[in-house]
Design a protein around this ligand. Structure first.
Ligand SMILES: Nc1nc2c(ncn2[C@@H]2O[C@H](COP(=O)(O)OP(=O)(O)OP(=O)(O)O)[C@@H](O)[C@H]2O)c(=O)[nH]1
Length: 319
């Protein structure tokens, strides 16, 4: 960084500087006159970690490292008339962001004492400074909001099964204990239907794995569509799904399971095929939370009921 002289002796004018808009008075000119003007050759970094100072680009451009909501590093371009480092001057913390000259650049350097003097002398400088800070805070808040939204999007993605869109095992491991604890605490019923598609290996073998995937998607849609908004549909494993029914005792859960079983029988896989595919059926094991049971015992009870439904000939519900 090479010192070229002072602002007072330079060819630059105050009215071109954003921070001094409407503040082109003799007192401000006086305050800026002795501030140094430096030259930063293209590609050089601004090395100034010792003291917080304000920099105004007079010619050329500075690149300031920034980050997008996606976490990618980008470069913000600071053009002539614009400044960097206002915040560092105000909170007296060194500016740690990396600033690089994108081309041969000339900068006006204002140290904190000089800036405070200027602020005291002219209200317009104070107003401009506040405006700049407000703009920076808004930009930072917008970035935070975008990051939060993105975080929520990825969180949802990590809790859903990619093929069926149902909740996945990670969701189940987190949520089922909570649902069981809530049911126990509130003294409300909780039922669970374990669902396993019938002879799905045969379906895959006959029609191919991709068609099998499609049938699985259809079956998942049957489950999702038959449930209330307060219920949950989970892909438990390969062709096994689960419906969790809070606030639902066994008789009402049986009605839901019967609806699921019937809808599954009737669901059409690939309606636009010339030769319709055979319908897929499912076996259903139903259990309701018993006193003293935890989530594992509840799953085991539904699993045992499902085993009985398979053994009894499939396409049916057992409790
Ligand atoms: N297409 C497809 N098939 C899957 C997927 N996950 C599991 N399967 C298949 O589901 C079949 C399950 O077979 P089995 O456990 O033997 O049970 P089944 O043939 O359905 O017979 P039953 O359950 O006894 O009626 C296997 O062939 C798996 O490859 C998947 O994501 N896509």
């Amino acid at each position: 960084m090479e010192r070229l002289g002072t602002f007072g002796a330079s060819r630059y004018t105050i009215s071109d500087l954003q921070l001094f808009r409407d503040a082109d008075t003799p007192a401000v000119a006086d305050g800026l006159a002795s501030c140094p003007v430096v030259r930063l050759p293209q590609g050089d970094q601004l090395q100034d970690s010792v003291r917080a100072r304000l920099y105004i680009v007079l010619a050329g451009a500075l690149g300031v490292a920034a980050e997008t909501a996606m976490g990618e590093a980008t470069i913000d371009r600071i053009a002539p008339g614009e400044s960097v480092g206002e915040q560092s001057v105000l909170d007296e913390a060194a500016n740690l962001t990396t600033m690089t000259a994108l081309e041969d650049t000339e900068l006006l350097v204002i140290d904190p004492d000089a800036l405070w003097n200027l602020v005291e002398q002219n209200n317009a400088v104070a107003r401009n400074l506040l405006r700049l800070l407000s703009f920076r805070i808004r930009a930072a808040n917008a970035l935070l909001r975008r990051r939060q939204k993105l975080g929520e999007f990825y969180r949802q993605l990590s809790l859903n099964d990619g093929l069926t869109g149902l909740y996945n095992r990670a969701w189940l491991a987190d949520m089922l204990p909570k649902l069981v604890a809530r049911a126990r605490h509130d003294g409300t019923p909780l039922s669970l239907v374990m669902i396993d598609l019938d002879h799905f290996k045969r379906f895959n073998d006959s029609h191919g794995h991709i068609t099998g995937d499609h049938a699985l998607g259809t079956a998942a849609e049957v489950v999702r569509a038959a449930l209330r908004p307060s219920d949950f549909a989970v892909r438990y494993g390969g062709e096994e799904m689960m419906a969790i029914l809070p606030n639902t005792a066994l008789p009402a859960a049986l009605i839901v399971a019967e609806r699921l079983c019937q809808n599954m029988r009737e669901a059409v896989v690939f309606p636009d095929m010339r030769f319709p595919l055979p319908h897929v059926t499912g076996s259903f094991g139903l259990a309701s939370l018993a006193p003293g049971q935890d989530e594992n015992a509840l799953i085991a009870a539904a699993d045992a009921a499902l085993y009985r439904a398979k053994a009894a000939g499939r396409d049916r519900i057992c409790t």
